[in-house]
Design a protein around this ligand. Structure first.
Ligand code: GDP
Ligand code: MG
Length: 259
């Protein structure tokens, strides 16, 4: 959901890295975080357990300034890939303005990629986001490995109608990471420009002086942020409960086997 605070010329865009577990989403964010050429970054937050860094999600805020002096805040998120964490995925996807779908190019992972791509479309619809309208950029990752699907095959599977721009990448080497990000940001801004005329929407001087609209906007922002935190925590709890149930049944099965 694009959030525009006209009075202080700020736009916030949410970009979500989606894809199956271990396809390289967190690695993309790490490379962006570590890139000294990219200014305006905040702290990267990774919600994970020590044993498995793909659990939960990562968050990295960035800031850009356009030629017209608009500040654009970009919030980068990754979703947890494992089947267990669908509630978290749905929630992270809420209000997204763009998606980078990170494909693991290894031959053996074709099905996992396709399943996750379908899951993305389902979860977009659940979040009332039109999969046909939201910018989606494909990243065919892990191109440094052996036994990969050729690009033509991947394109046939994910991009039959050539709807999405795609990039080959080796996130671990930092290759293709920035190109993918830049394209997604470009498409989100293009989408925004087509729908919302920022120039016309700017406030008149007298309204600016009153400041009441500004206060209302800030209060709304605060409220939305609290709501998001509450939803995020409850969805994490939901996923954790599922995980607990799984572990308990696994433990029971193992016990039964031993006895
Ligand atoms: N060879 C190779 N390994 C990668 C690449 N990108 C990520 N990985 C590795 O794949 C594993 C999973 O990556 P991660 O970013 O945590 O995946 P996520 O679950 O999608 O967040 C890690 O061991 C990464 O180092 C890549 O381009 N090439
Ligand atoms: Mg991850």
């Amino acid at each position: 959901m694009v959030f525009i605070n006209e009075s202080i010329k700020e736009i916030t865009l949410k970009l979500v890295y989606y894809g199956p577990g271990l396809s390289g989403k967190t690695t993309n964010l790490e490379k962006i975080y570590d890139n000294p050429k990219l200014g305006g970054k905040g702290k990267m937050i990774t919600m994970a357990t020590e044993a498995d860094r793909t659990i939960f999600f990562d968050f990295l805020p960035m800031e850009l300034t356009t030629q017209r002096g608009h500040k654009i805040r970009i919030q980068l998120y990754t979703v947890p890939g494992q089947v267990f964490y669908d509630a978290t995925r749905r929630l992270v996807l809420r209000g997204a303005d763009g998606v980078i779908f990170v494909v693991d190019s290894q031959r053996a992972l074709k099905e996992a990629n396709l399943e996750s791509f379908q899951n993305l479309k389902d979860n977009l619809l659940i979040n009332k986001i039109d999969p046909e309208k939201i910018p989606i950029v494909l990243q065919y990752n892990k191109r440094d490995l052996d036994d990969l699907l050729p690009i033509e095959d991947l394109e046939k599977s994910f991009n039959k109608e050539k709807k999405y721009p795609y990039f080959e990448a080796s996130a671990i080497k930092g290759e293709g990471v920035l190109k993918t990000l830049q394209k997604a940001i470009h498409l989100m801004i293009e989408n925004l420009n087509n729908r919302v005329d920022i120039g016309i929407k700017e406030k008149k001087e007298e309204e600016k002086e009153e400041g009441s609209e500004e206060l209302l906007t800030l209060l709304k922002m605060l409220y939305n942020s609290n709501q998001n935190t509450i939803l995020l925590l409850s969805s994490l709890l939901e996923d954790l409960k599922k995980q607990e149930e799984f572990l308990l049944s696994y433990l029971q099965k193992t016990k039964d086997k031993i006895q």
